[in-house]
Design a protein around this ligand. Structure first.
Ligand code: GLU
Length: 509
């Protein structure tokens, strides 16, 4: 049975790297008919940020990453918030102490600091490990009796893991293969604090075991902790059911050097968080993909391909397709460079998949916000015609406004370039044609483009772009006659007349 967990710490908004971790877990669970669990790892109360847990839930919900069990859903292995599981961890720390895999340490923060400084002075780094623990204040150096006396006297202590000296520890990683580290390189991590709280390492292993987690899929930043985790499974006697590990590559800055951070987002103008985040302490607001108008499917697809590919070159994949194609063995070992252009490309592609109805309703809201009541059928036509030019919903009004209101000014550069001498006469002719020929695309095409412009050997670009300038206000927009047909005869004539009156006759420049 595949059981995976996403286990964030509620220390702030969820970074898109964390979202990708959740996504890969979700795809793997679904693909294997397994269960996806949301566990909140809040043992470090000093880093707790109010609202962060709900943010994580909302963000993953927006993206369609669903859970089977979790802090918000309950389930047979609950509670799923580590602070609610507090009473459970002590016995596991005791078990390690009893079995000689852990020891009490009484070193005061000042003593540890002094030790660090002493090492720094010799250009070395202090590590609390098998080579130094004998020189520190702990139950190994002091003896168990003295340690017990101190504990009974209320002295504060931590419980540290005791790595055996000089052994090689191998972590089998599904992405990287075997990763081996010598215990001399590893510090005796704190597992339990005298405030009764376990640290991340102890709580994480105990919970993964009790929750019967089969695969731990998490960010590469946890790879250095993996040997300790493997040793903890051994120390508890849980090796048989130890989960398999997969450490995901980092998400890198667009330039490729270093981990993608919030500062890169601020610098280059893209969100690194799925939803907008209002920091409860500083009041600072960080932008979110949702609020910028990204579609959740686009964000999911973009993230899925940051560090993984299906091996076929296919880029557009729905969640269902991703579920079918996802394969841990195709996850890259190397960091994946974030690309804003690629994010926008996905967004554009998924925007095109919206129905005309959906786009029209976004458009109608923006039109209404400008005090104009749009006809639904007309909005649908505009949506169908203009969708391909749109990437973000926020562009709809600017791109389509001339369908709903006549221009009030005309682009001076376009006037200079297109509105040549004699243009008022040509525009008057446009009005005459519209007034006399049947108001049909082909008839107008024949009368205006063929008979009048070509027949009189006029400059096609100049006349048609001047007409566009008159109707749109600038030289952008869809096929000119399609636009005329949509605006209708009267509105087009009004706009052309107004341009004649406003711009007037010019001398050849
Ligand atoms: N609480 C850890 C985090 O915030 C979980 C790491 C893990 O998945 O083991 O990323």
């Amino acid at each position: 049975m595949v059981r995976v967990r996403f286990a964030p710490s509620p220390t702030g908004p969820l970074h898109i790297g964390g979202v990708r971790t959740a996504l890969y877990n979700y795809l793997f669970a679904r693909q294997n008919g397994g269960k996806m669990i949301l566990r909140i790892e809040d043992t470090d109360q000093t880093r707790f940020v109010p609202g962060a847990e709900q943010y994580i839930i909302d963000a993953l919900d927006w993206l369609g990453i669903q859970f089977d069990e979790g802090v918000h859903l309950g389930g047979p292995f609950g509670p799923y918030r580590q602070s609610d599981r507090k009473p459970l961890y002590r016995q596991y720390a005791d078990q390690l102490l009893r079995d000689g895999w852990a020891y009490y340490a009484f070193d005061k923060p000042e003593a540890l600091d002094a030790k660090r400084k002493e090492y720094e002075a010799q250009k070395k780094t202090f590590q609390y490990d098998c080579t130094t623990r004998g020189t520190m204040e702990n139950s190994l150096s002091l003896g168990m009796e003295e340690a017990q006396r101190r504990i009974d006297a209320g002295e504060s202590y931590v419980v540290r893991f005791m790595f055996p000296d000089n052994i090689d520890i191998t972590v089998h990683d599904l992405i990287r293969g075997d990763v081996t580290m010598n215990s001399r390189l590893l510090d005796d991590k704190v597992l339990f604090k005298s405030d009764g709280m376990p640290t991340y390492h102890l709580a994480n292993i105990v919970d993964d075991h009790l929750m019967e987690i089969s695969h731990v899929i998490r960010g590469e930043e946890w790879l250095p902790s993996a040997p300790l985790h493997v040793m903890l499974y051994k120390a508890f006697g849980w090796e048989e059911t130890m989960p398999q590990f997969a450490h995901l590559p980092l998400l890198l800055k667009p330039e490729g050097n270093g981990k993608l951070s919030k500062r890169d987002g601020d610098r280059l103008g893209f969100p690194v968080f799925p939803l907008e985040w209002h920091d409860p302490k500083s009041g600072e607001v960080s932008s979110g993909y949702r609020e910028q108008g990204y579609l959740p499917q686009a964000v999911v697809n973009m993230l899925a391909l940051l560090g993984w590919h299906p091996g076929t070159g296919q880029e557009l994949m729905t969640m269902d397709e991703l579920t079918k194609l996802f394969d841990i063995s195709h996850i890259s070992k190397n960091g994946a460079k974030f690309s804003l252009d690629k994010a926008k490309w996905f967004q554009h592609e998924y925007f095109q998949q919206l129905s005309d109805e959906e786009v029209a309703s976004m458009l109608e809201q923006q039109v209404a916000a400008h005090g104009i009541q749009a006809d639904h059928g007309y909005a649908m036509q505009v949506a169908a015609l203009m969708k391909e030019r749109i990437t973000f919903p926020s562009e709809l009004w600017d791109t389509c406004c001339y369908f709903f209101q006549a221009p009030t000014e005309y682009d001076p550069a376009a006037i200079k370039k297109r509105w040549k001498a004699g243009m008022t006469v040509h525009m008057a002719k446009v009005i005459e044609i519209l007034n006399t020929v049947p108001f049909e695309y082909d008839a107008i095409h024949q009368a205006l483009l063929e008979d009048y412009i070509k027949g009189n050997e006029l400059n096609m670009g100049s006349v048609m772009n001047s007409l566009r300038l008159a109707v749109v206000g600038k030289t952008v927009g869809p096929d000119m006659l399609t636009l005329v047909m949509m605006l209708g005869k009267d509105e087009t004539i009004r706009r052309v007349q107004r341009a004649i009156d406003t711009i007037g006759e010019v001398e050849n420049q």
